[in-house]
Design a protein around this ligand. Structure first.
Ligand SMILES: [Zn+2]
Length: 248
């Protein structure tokens, strides 16, 4: 099999044996892939900053058919993104984003998914204010790209337009808002004020709304519930928990 040449972003790094590193990459051409970078621990020369978290560049992989672990032959870093690790709030938000990518994306090619992730990491690396809003927006757009775009205008049950001038019930399990007729008392989900719905729309359109701290917390909780309803596995999101609890 010829080597695979692809743009790639490092989303997870672990030491492997004495001299190597295991990486999980988001690639443009083949989704998420696990690779071993042989000699990456013993010598910085071969891979340089390529085994640093959130580095992006041009990768060459030797793909082994029928295997889950491939070999990273080379990785020419184009963006190292050191400013993410330079500030803890950026690093925690980027780690939560990376964790969600690794959970949501499989091995399918998607230039759109790759675009959302690279743009979100660039924005996180440059964000002075609104770091949480950048990450929340990136994750909502990622969800939309993989087929879980939340319904914000029409009821998830009866598909009629929903009056969003007042508070609206948002049901993470059903994937969006419910009209008054389809949201009797005791229905699951949360009552969202019009500002919260406006934030969701703005994120999905690529914007970064300014949030109060209490709004950040409410949106992290809402997105966590939405993810829990849509992720195939119920394993806890560890990096997400650290990010949401903010106890660093
Ligand atoms: Zn309805």
């Amino acid at each position: 099999m010829p080597p695979l040449h692809t743009d790639a972003i490092v989303l997870h790094v672990a030491d492997y044996l004495e001299s190597s590193r295991l990486l999980r990459l988001l690639t443009r051409e083949a989704g998420v892939q696990s690779v071993v970078a042989r000699g990456a621990r013993s010598s910085r020369q071969r891979f340089g900053s390529a085994t640093d978290l959130f580095a992006e560049g041009a990768a060459q992989l030797t793909v082994k058919p029928g295997r889950d672990l491939h070999a990273l032959d080379r990785f020419d870093v184009l963006r190292a993104r050191p400013t993410i690790a330079g500030r803890l709030d950026r690093f925690m938000a980027a780690s939560a984003l990376a964790e969600v990518v690794l959970r949501l994306v499989h091995d399918e090619a998607s230039a759109e998914v790759f675009g959302v992730v690279t743009e979100s990491l660039d924005r996180l690396g440059a964000a002075e204010e609104g770091v949480a809003s950048v990450a929340l927006g990136g994750i909502w757009r990622l969800l939309a790209e993989v087929g879980f775009r939340p319904a914000l205008d029409a009821c998830v049950e009866c598909h009629q337009p929903v009056d969003t001038s007042g508070a609206v019930r948002f049901d993470p399990r059903s994937g969006g808002v419910r009209c008054g007729a389809c949201a009797p008392a005791g229905t699951g989900g949360r009552l969202l004020p019009p500002t919260a719905l406006a934030h969701l729309s703005e994120w999905l359109a690529g914007g970064t709304p300014a949030l109060a701290v209490s709004e950040e917390r409410a949106h992290q909780r809402l997105l966590r519930e939405f993810l829990a309803a849509h992720l195939a596995e119920s394993r806890p999101l560890k990096a997400w928990a650290v990010w949401e609890q903010g106890g660093w």
